[in-house]
Write a protein that binds this ligand. Structure first.
Ligand code: G3H
Ligand code: ZN
Length: 280
């Protein structure tokens, strides 16, 4: 099944390889990321965050375009709604044919997170849509880094049991929106969570993790690897290089194309790194 995030993540977890999940802001990202997945011979997850939906002012145009790019791919491409805190947005995405969603109730107290996540799981599963949830808040979304947050394995097992989620995002030392790659992951906790849970683990804020740190985390049992900021840095650097020229181009394609190429190249490298030749 090409669009089943749960099956792709279970397969990756079984092989101890990572499944790359990268954020789409505009059409160029979707194109670049699918080209990267095809070059690496790996599946990929294209994620549209609630923040990106807010930027566009609506879900449908960006989701429809991303779904069309995914359909034309020669490798499995999952189109995923990322960090949805708005339950109406989850329902709308399901109506519009999204393949999977992350319902993010990590900011809620435990009981409310369980209740709302379970409600989203019932709704999504009825439509064949896979659900990721988060327990133990990975910080940094508000610019405040809190790498000290940790997910407790026993609480995580109870959460998965009570909600029926397909994947679980956990707090193990990463933080969102890091522009340096020096986060220190608690690989012992990753291993403990992987041993305790029946569902694949998701790492948010992966931009702050070095290549070596990521390989160790994947070896310990981390599976879905969410990267956004790092690829944004790579894209913006490539665009900047063009625009600082003495006579910068006027046609946006002249700076968008190098930006798109830079995302494709780095995403290809990351997808190969995550599988280290074990798959694909
Ligand atoms: O959900 C998206 C990821 O957690 C991205 O985080 O921008 O820090 O790589 P990042
Ligand atoms: Zn995230």
């Amino acid at each position: 099944e090409r669009h089943d995030l749960a099956a792709l993540a279970r397969e990756a977890a079984g092989q101890r390889v990572g499944l790359g999940a990268f954020n789409v802001i505009q059409l160029e990202h979707a194109t670049a990321l699918v080209r990267a997945a095809e070059a690496a011979g790996r599946p990929v997850v294209l994620q549209i965050s609630q923040n990106a939906v807010r930027y566009h002012g609506a879900l449908e145009p960006v989701l429809a375009a991303t779904l069309a790019v995914a359909r034309a791919a020669t490798v499995p491409v999952v189109v995923h709604l990322d960090h949805a805190e708005d339950t109406d947005l989850v329902r709308r995405a399901v109506e519009l044919g999204v393949h999977s969603v992350m319902y993010d109730g990590s900011h809620l107290d435990y009981d409310t997170n369980v209740a709302t996540t379970a409600e989203m799981v019932a709704h999504c599963h009825a439509a064949g849509v896979v659900v990721e949830a988060e327990l133990g808040e990975v910080g940094g979304k508000d610019g405040v880094h809190a790498p000290g947050a940790r997910t407790d394995p026993d609480e995580a097992a109870a959460f998965v049991e009570a909600t029926g989620v397909d994947l679980l995002a956990v707090a193990v030392g990463s933080s969102h929106a890091m522009t340096t790659r020096d986060a220190v992951l608690d690989t012992e906790l990753v291993a403990a969570l992987a041993a305790r849970l029946t569902v694949p683990l998701v790492l948010h804020g992966s931009s702050g993790v070095s290549d070596e740190g990521m390989l160790a985390a994947i070896e310990a049992g981390m599976t879905k690897i969410n990267v956004s900021t790092h690829l944004n840095q790579v894209m913006t650097a490539a665009v900047r290089e063009v625009l600082v020229q003495e006579k910068p181009p006027v046609d946006p394609r002249k700076w968008l194309a190098p930006g798109r190429q830079a995302v494709e190249d780095e995403a290809t490298r990351l997808l190969r790194l995550y599988s280290r030749g074990r798959a694909g």
